[in-house]
Design a protein around this ligand. Structure first.
Ligand code: ADE
Ligand code: ZN
Length: 329
């Protein structure tokens, strides 16, 4: 039985496995510029975040109907459950779909068909976080929030993703203020490729409660001290960092140093179809590459539930935490 855990940094579009991509392409009459899954997999050799994003957005062309989003989410939830995920807070990128003529309703209703049944089918509780693409304009983010208004009962919070460098958090001050006024929780990618200053700005200007990645905080001792003091969770994605070359090899990952510093770290999969593994695979990989001891793994699992947006159901959080404490490796 795998260690029980929450997944807090997972882009649902990044769970599109090559096999499903071809199946949906055939179903929707979409032509992919790859002969087969093998040729597609050969494109998964990324230089950096942008080179990954190019493929990530290209493959989204196959996602067209509610059923496509439902199938995508169901496939993820089944795999996540098999790796010990008990709770998942799932990102989606509506602007990438709206730009292709796929409406907000299609995306949210489709995902919801799977999420609404997830507890019964997979034993996984779920929440949805809508991300704004930081390489699109601030106006586009505001329009996206407006388009989401009919669906806010299904969306727990907002996030910020896509190409980081050159798109500082401050660009999205207004939309984050509007999201806060609507009662939405706030997170943002920061310090993945971008500088530590983006982490500070996400906290101070956008009022985020968690930082996605946050790896580059380690370049600023005062920032680390602040993140520890304020108990700001960081949603790390070790296999993603290696595939996108923010760390050279997993053995060099700063996770052990981050835990030693007292940071509230969690381990997640980011875009598992592209980066070589789901969240349990990330746990296994850091365990063997970094020699993490069992109590460190338990700490990571505990942190995932502590950092999750389960304030509406503290009983559930306590139940999950008890499962972590009772786990025998
Ligand atoms: N969108 C999907 N995965 C992402 C990542 N790792 N960083 C930024 N944007 C993303
Ligand atoms: Zn991410």
């Amino acid at each position: 039985m795998p260690l029980p855990k929450a997944e807090l940094h997972l882009h649902i579009e990044g769970t599109l496995e090559p096999e499903l991509a071809f199946e949906l392409a055939a179903r929707n009459g979409v032509e992919l510029p790859y002969a087969d899954t093998e040729e597609l997999r050969k494109a998964y050799d990324f230089e950096d975040l942008q080179s990954f994003l190019n493929l990530y957005y290209e493959l989204m062309a196959v996602l067209r109907t509610e059923r496509d989003f439902e199938d995508l989410a169901n496939a993820y939830l089944a795999r996540a459950a098999a790796q010990g995920v008990r709770h998942a807070e799932i990102f989606f990128d509506p602007q990438a779909h709206l730009a292709r003529g796929v409406g907000m309703g299609t995306v949210v209703e489709g995902l919801w068909r799977a999420l609404g049944e997830s507890e019964a089918r997979h034993g996984v509780s779920t929440q949805l976080i809508m991300c704004f693409l930081r390489d699109e304009s601030a106006e586009s983010a505001l329009e996206t929030l407006e388009a989401a208004k009919p669906y806010l009962d299904r969306i727990v919070g907002v996030g910020l993703d896509s190409a980081e460098v050159g798109h500082p958090p401050v660009k999205f001050r207004e939309v984050y203020e509007a999201a806060a006024a609507l009662g939405l929780r706030r997170v943002a990618h920061a310090g993945e490729e971008g500088p530590p200053e983006y982490i500070t700005e996400a906290l101070d200007v956008l009022g985020v409660e968690r930082i996605d990645h946050g790896l580059r905080c380690m370049e600023d001792a005062a920032l680390v001290e602040r993140l520890v003091r304020e108990r700001i969770p960081l949603t790390l994605c070790p296999l993603s960092n290696v595939r996108l070359r923010t760390v050279d090899v997993l053995a060099d990952h700063p996770l052990p140093a981050m835990l030693d510093a007292g940071l509230l770290c969690t381990v997640n999969s980011d875009d598992p179809a592209y980066f070589g593994g789901y969240v349990g695979d990330n746990f296994d990989a850091v365990r063997s590459a970094l020699g993490l001891e069992e109590e460190r793994l338990r700490e990571l699992a505990r942190n995932s539930f502590v950092a999750s947006f389960l304030e509406h159901d503290e009983e559930r959080r306590a139940r999950y935490l008890a499962e972590v404490e009772a786990y025998r490796f």
